[in-house]
Design a protein around this ligand. Sequence first.
Ligand code: NAG
Ligand code: NAG
Ligand code: NAG
Ligand code: NAG
Ligand code: NAG
Ligand code: NAG
Ligand code: NAG
Ligand code: NAG
Ligand code: NAG
Ligand code: NAG
Ligand code: NAG
Length: 466
Amino acid sequence: MVGFKISAGAALLSLATRSAAVPVVSEPATTFTSQPAVTPEVRPHTNVTSHGPYTGPSPTTTGALTTDVLAPSIPALPPGPDAYKYPSDGKLHAPMPAPYTPAGGLGTNGSAPVYRVLSDFDYESIALALYQEWIELDLFHWGLATFSEEDFEKAGLTAEDRFLIQYMAEQEVGHATLLSNMLGPSAPMQCTYNYPARNVREFVDFCMKLTRWGEAGVYGFLPHLNARDVAQMLLQSITTEARQQVIFRQFEGLFPMPVWFQVGIPQSWAWTLLAPYISSCPANQTRLVWQNYPALHVLNQPNPARINGSNVWNETLGDYANTLSTEAIAEGESCLESDEVGVNCQPAITRNRSEPLSYPGRQVFLEWETPGKPIGPNNSYVTDTKAGAPAFAAWVSQLNVTYSPLQEIQGNKAWTIQPNMSTFEGDPAINGTIFLLVTDTDLYVTPHNITQLNPHVVALTLYQAG
Ligand SMILES: *[C@@H]1O[C@H](CO)[C@@H](O)[C@H](O)[C@H]1NC(C)=O
Ligand SMILES: *[C@@H]1O[C@H](CO)[C@@H](O)[C@H](O)[C@H]1NC(C)=O
Ligand SMILES: *[C@@H]1O[C@H](CO)[C@@H](O)[C@H](O)[C@H]1NC(C)=O
Ligand SMILES: *[C@@H]1O[C@H](CO)[C@@H](O)[C@H](O)[C@H]1NC(C)=O
Ligand SMILES: *[C@@H]1O[C@H](CO)[C@@H](O)[C@H](O)[C@H]1NC(C)=O
Ligand SMILES: *[C@@H]1O[C@H](CO)[C@@H](O)[C@H](O)[C@H]1NC(C)=O
Ligand SMILES: *[C@@H]1O[C@H](CO)[C@@H](O)[C@H](O)[C@H]1NC(C)=O
Ligand SMILES: *[C@@H]1O[C@H](CO)[C@@H](O)[C@H](O)[C@H]1NC(C)=O
Ligand SMILES: *[C@@H]1O[C@H](CO)[C@@H](O)[C@H](O)[C@H]1NC(C)=O
Ligand SMILES: *[C@@H]1O[C@H](CO)[C@@H](O)[C@H](O)[C@H]1NC(C)=O
Ligand SMILES: *[C@@H]1O[C@H](CO)[C@@H](O)[C@H](O)[C@H]1NC(C)=O
């Protein structure tokens, strides 16, 4: 920390605060100056100039990074030996290492934090988060550069709102720098990208969905990192991303936070959703270990731009995230055109929606792709699944994974029913932007072991529940 050097008025300040005889100075002096602190540089970055699908030569390296694989899956075990040892009775059970300092905790013994990854798990997780920060930086700039002021105004977004998007992009520069510093010289570089959105409404929906998996992808691995000091810094950036996600919901005229808990997902799910939007990366780019699952299309994905958002068929951009399409919304069907409370979905702090986007008991039609498709940067990754025959839809939201059986499975198509369940009484679990998977079994998993589901995943996407 660089200290402040007060060059004027110090005596006056101490008088004003210490002596009751001197009247309170209510006009703050403006003559104080402080020496500028040394500011760390950000990682060099550019405004990516080309966008669109990858058209270059076939890649020389394909598939996820790999090494010897010891087993097809991690066996499920009972709780660890100490899991029930601590009495949890509100009393202290060990001498305190210092005053006001209860015994225990990790990273609390005074050894200096070094903010460096400690394992392959750490490296691959932070590198994934960095790929995500880079795309956000580019995406926010791309939206501002691609759509005109008039386009934004038509979607109800003002110059002040555009500045907020610009500011979000700048936040990403900081996040990318932080993660790069913790990885070292091999940290993944900026790539070029390919976005599906064709207008502001679709752009906002895509940003809202992209920040959802960015946020959820980090929550999924954060408590599993070896390096607690790295986790600390990442936590302090991902909470910013969480705010971005809420702001994009507000830009979309959605209820800003329709859940009590934010969901966490495994890294491979986040990479599955992110990779299709990266068209190419520089020659010596650091590759990732994570799996790319086949795409899952929700044929009646709820459309937040419609007055009756659940009354839809095939209204997405056909992309991995099932981003909304405005194309088939006829006049009188767009909630942007209405001033009526419960119908109006102009950008706002919060909106009620009298026709919910989805509801328990809704029939949801699904279609999934087969594995083996080239995807991601330079088409150099390949979609894969290790699962058996599709049997269930898994609804992953808040603290819960709930299954509904697939019905009338025909090849790569089936339908299922949106389940009715609550996380706690009064908190319907399925709301907001959630994760929807096709699986071969209804494996019981909870937030800290959700990765155990990976070998059973056939395909995955986002579902716009509310
Ligand atoms: C996940 O954790 C829960 C306890 O929270 C346990 O009951 C379940 O068996 C675990 N699942 C797997 C696949 O390990
Ligand atoms: C303190 O904790 C760190 C892990 O946070 C550990 O590596 C180190 O060995 C511990 N030091 C002592 C003196 O116990
Ligand atoms: C990138 O473009 C945005 C406008 O879209 C601009 O505000 C920003 O300064 C540019 N950044 C760089 C690094 O050139
Ligand atoms: C990639 O190559 C460029 C140019 O040769 C070099 O500056 C950079 O350090 C390399 N990056 C990695 C991760 O090896
Ligand atoms: C990916 O494609 C770009 C553009 O064709 C090329 O410059 C780059 O070297 C390729 N990257 C890899 C890892 O092959
Ligand atoms: C909205 O659409 C659903 C079908 O998804 C339908 O059941 C409902 O009646 C519609 N509501 C209105 C007000 O039209
Ligand atoms: C959805 O629409 C696209 C074109 O907009 C079309 O190519 C595709 O076949 C449609 N899918 C279904 C299941 O109707
Ligand atoms: C918004 O929705 C809630 C819950 O349905 C309801 O209690 C409230 O009255 C609504 N407010 C307005 C202004 O429609
Ligand atoms: C989601 O939350 C909103 C706001 O509380 C509510 O109006 C809506 O009915 C909820 N949707 C579902 C599917 O529970
Ligand atoms: C869902 O369950 C709640 C009780 O948990 C019940 O009040 C509600 O009527 C159910 N909704 C449907 C559509 O079954
Ligand atoms: C949802 O998660 C909560 C918290 O772990 C748990 O108490 C509840 O039983 C779960 N609900 C369902 C339907 O699985």
